[in-house]
Design a protein. Structure first.
Length: 118
């Protein structure tokens, strides 16, 4: 119960905080953890099912660790995909910037040489 209160306060999202406080209230009334999680409709079905399995088997800590590992891998994959998409745009931006600087440096020199020579 204390753990749910800490999670709710540190969630950083008012909707999640209210949902976890609702789950905490339901647990204090004797319900399982999975039923109020499913009723609030915020959490993904896979999370709710794995928590239900963890409650049924008595291995809640292992299930929560599996959920955390799954979403950790998913975030890593999303970040990798986003950086892979950003690399070409960054290269074009840097190339354009460096090219603009080179032109800005040499154009006055060429104009000066043309004015002196011509």
């Amino acid at each position: 119960m204390d753990g749910l209160e800490i999670v709710a306060k540190t969630a950083g999202n008012k909707v999640i905080e209210e949902a976890i406080f609702g789950v905490r209230q339901a647990i204090s009334e004797g319900k399982t953890m999975a039923d109020p999680l499913q009723a609030c409709g915020i959490f993904p079905p896979m999370v709710v099912q794995m928590i239900a399995v963890g409650e049924a088997t008595g291995a809640m800590d292992a299930m929560l660790n599996k959920i955390a590992d799954f979403y950790d891998d998913e975030v890593d994959d999303a970040v990798s995909a986003m950086t892979a998409m950003m690399e070409p745009m960054l290269m074009v931006f840097l190339g354009t910037t460096v090219g603009g600087l080179v032109v800005a440096m040499y154009l006055p020199i060429f104009k000066l040489a043309g004015a002196v020579g011509g």
